[in-house]
Design a binder for this molecule. Structure first.
Ligand SMILES: Cc1cc2nc3c(=O)[nH]c(=O)nc-3n(C[C@H](O)[C@H](O)[C@H](O)COP(=O)(O)OP(=O)(O)OC[C@H]3O[C@@H](n4cnc5c(N)ncnc54)[C@H](O)[C@@H]3O)c2cc1C
Length: 416
């Protein structure tokens, strides 16, 4: 491709979806990835379209829970000792984002992006031939005892205000939705509007195939720098330079390194997550089950039963600690006594996370020709179709489907 209208950097679910949306607006698009499609977090996530997850992680609720979680080094939240100082600036932004006013603003923005993403999803799947991969099986969040359930109610009320449907269940109600839960779980909440994809890696690869069939180009290259030039952007990769009218940065947890080359410091960190994927017959799972008090979920995929979650604020370079996958699997066995734990494959992935739990979607400070689409944290798959729509609107200069002010990457350099 001589000089494409758009180069999208990163072929995870966000980049591929954005590339498809740009192509559908008639633009010539080159998608580049240092490893090829579905190499990052998009390959191994839990496969949920978690549209009801509108409450930001950065909140007084997490500040209350975090100290208890961090007591267990293999528990839901860990900061490895060697990384604590490095992550301090991000933590300060996180702490600032926990004020009630900021939480309210983030929730409104997150809910708008969720609504858009849900509204876009069915037609996006239909256009890309991936509709058969969608499962509408809901999510069951389970609680150990009345006190834990009662503590969740304020959050559910906030979700209700944003029109999210759910049903609180007792033990018998839970057993009707998902048989085989350990009796320690006395209460649950079922969210029917929570969807899943058959397998997140196969989905991203299918999207990449669709993009290619629709005339998009995919190449392997590691982008090391961007440079604004007249009427475009120059993209540097080892041994080559590409020019494009626009660039979309969708490189997941590495996106800030690319933004830095055009002079923008963005506090992107990674919340590393872990899982184990068991054979498909490991458990008769009817819905996704969320063990919120323990920070993990169990999901049925076409490729197996996936047990995973947890947050390790451990940076991009340290090796995985798969004892975390094993710890979650051991808990899953205790919580779902019929679960067969053998034959699993462990995985670790880098969630690309900004401190206030919102993504960066919008133009770079240095040039309007560079558009950011990263930092979706726990929700990149969920928000992929909505993000793609917003990126395509920006590329062609169309009015934005929703107000994207809250997603500006420059928000961290302004006073709250
Ligand atoms: C355990 C776990 C469970 C999760 N569960 C869910 C879930 O159920 N639902 C949900 O919505 N989200 C979930 N997530 C989060 C979700 O996986 C991410 O938000 C999402 O995958 C991010 O997509 P992305 O395209 O931005 O990044 P990635 O998928 O990481 O893709 C980034 C791509 O950029 C490429 N790249 C990086 N640097 C360069 C460069 N310099 N040049 C060229 N290419 C480059 C990489 O090779 C990679 O392919 C989960 C995450 C984890 C870890």
């Amino acid at each position: 491709m001589a000089e494409p209208d758009v180069v999208v950097i990163g072929a995870g679910v966000v980049g591929v979806s954005a590339a498809i949306a740009a192509r559908a607006r008639g633009l010539s698009v080159l998608l580049v990835d240092r490893e090829g499609p579905a190499a990052g977090a998009s390959a191994g996530n839990a496969g949920a379209f978690a549209f009801s997850d509108i409450l930001p992680l950065a909140s007084p609720r997490i500040l209350r829970k975090a100290p208890g979680w961090m007591v267990d080094p293999l528990g839901p939240l860990t900061i490895p000792l060697g990384h604590a100082l490095k992550i301090a600036p991000w933590m300060i932004h996180f702490w600032r984002a926990c004020s009630p006013a900021r939480v309210k603003r983030s929730t409104v923005a997150q809910a708008a992006l969720m609504d858009l993403s849900k509204a876009e999803l069915d037609s996006f799947l239909a256009r890309t031939g991936t509709a058969p991969m969608l499962r509408k099986e809901g999510n069951l969040e389970v609680y150990e005892g009345e006190a834990q359930f009662n503590a969740s109610l304020a959050g559910w009320r906030a979700k209700q205000e944003h029109g999210i449907g759910f049903e609180h269940l007792d033990a018998a109600g839970m057993a009707a939705v998902q048989p085989g839960l350990a009796p320690r779980f006395s209460h649950g909440t079922f969210t029917p509007g929570w969807y899943s994809i058959a397998d997140p890696k196969l989905y991203t690869l299918a999207l990449a195939d669709h993009f290619h069939a629709a005339g998009g180009a995919i190449e392997r290259a590691e982008v090391t720098a961007l440079r604004p030039v007249e009427n475009g952007v120059e993209i540097t990769a080892p041994g080559r330079t590409i020019r494009a009218a626009h660039v979309v940065v969708a490189a997941g947890a590495l996106s800030h390194r690319i933004a830095r080359t055009i002079g923008e410091a963005i506090p992107l960190e990674t919340e590393r997550g872990y899982n184990t994927t068991l054979p498909a017959d490991a458990f008769d799972l009817r819905t996704q089950v969320t063990f919120g008090g323990h920070g993990f979920v169990v999901t049925r995929l076409s490729t197996g039963i996936r047990v995973g979650g947890a947050v390790e604020l451990g940076g991009l370079d340290r090796p995985p600690n798969f004892r975390r996958s094993a710890a979650m699997l051991a808990k899953a066995q205790a919580f779902l006594p019929g679960l067969r734990p053998d034959g699993g494959v462990q995985w670790m992935g880098f969630r690309p996370s900004l401190p206030d739990s919102l993504p960066a979607i919008g133009r770079a400070r240095a040039t309007p020709r560079v558009i950011y689409a990263f930092g979706h944290g726990h929700l990149g798959l969920t928000q992929s179709a909505g993000t793609a729509r917003l990126v395509a609107d920006l590329l062609v200069g169309a009015p934005s489907a929703i107000d994207i002010g809250a997603f500006s990457a420059q928000r961290f350099s302004q006073k709250a």
